[in-house]
Design a protein around this ligand. Structure first.
Ligand code: BTN
Length: 215
């Protein structure tokens, strides 16, 4: 755990490069000077929120992992008394506003799962609306949130994908509703057994692993 470092992701990459990383190493920072998000975005990281990277040994790149992580974060917020929804693949929202983000990267035989959860502050960003735990649960404590998250990560990482998929679909925002895919409307059908997102445009089914959707 660090008071302030550039990024827990970068620190994890360094640990692995030096040969000092182990399965289940967790790096936590209270603030980050160069927090990173997906799509080369910055993850504004003031004091008061959870910033952590979980390192696990892995033999393969598994797109299904990102759903297990989303469910683990959502379950953590549920344990605190909130009602989260998951926006594909692994953003967690409360009332349509983003409260948490996940960045999954690989290095050598490790996966690095970076998780940011807004607790006391939420930045204003142009791409989406944001919220924080403190708007719903007063005095939520970072260590308590991290403690619950560690247990949920251990659980959901190991359960079989059909269970993850079922829970992910329970919690999915806009399931069976029309969303925007590449600027065009499509119905969000769910996940298939391989972890692809299934969309429907009229009688045409679309499977995707990597694209953005907006809801
Ligand atoms: C996103 O939604 O774009 C992903 C955000 C991921 C942020 C976390 S905070 C801990 C870890 N360290 C980083 O620099 N990024 C991730």
């Amino acid at each position: 755990s660090f008071d302030k470092i550039s990024s827990t992701q970068d620190y994890a990459h360094d640990l692995i490069a030096r040969g000092d990383a182990h399965n289940k190493t967790i790096i936590q920072a209270l603030a980050q000077s160069a927090g990173r998000g997906r799509y080369r975005r910055t993850w504004v990281s003031h004091h008061g929120n959870l910033y952590a990277s979980f390192i696990y040994k892995t033999t393969e790149r598994d797109p299904k992992l990102s759903y297990a992580v989303a469910v683990a974060i959502a379950e953590t917020l549920i344990a605190l008394g909130m009602m989260p929804e998951i926006k594909w693949p692994n953003d967690v929202l409360i009332k349509g506003k983003k409260i948490s983000g996940v960045l999954i990267e690989y290095s050598q035989s490790f996966v690095i799962i970076g998780i940011g959860i807004n607790i006391k502050t939420c930045p204003t960003v142009k791409e989406y609306k944001t919220t924080k735990i403190n708007n719903f649960v007063k005095d939520a404590d970072i260590n308590n949130v991290l403690g619950i998250l560690i247990k949920e990560m251990d659980k959901w990482r190991k359960v079989n994908f059909l269970t993850v998929r079922e829970r992910w679909m329970d919690l999915a925002a806009a399931l069976n509703k029309v969303i925007q895919y590449h600027g065009k409307p499509a119905e969000l059908i769910g996940l298939n057994e391989d972890g692809a997102l299934v969309l429907r445009d009229g009688s045409r089914y679309i499977l995707t692993y990597g694209d953005e959707i907006s809801i």
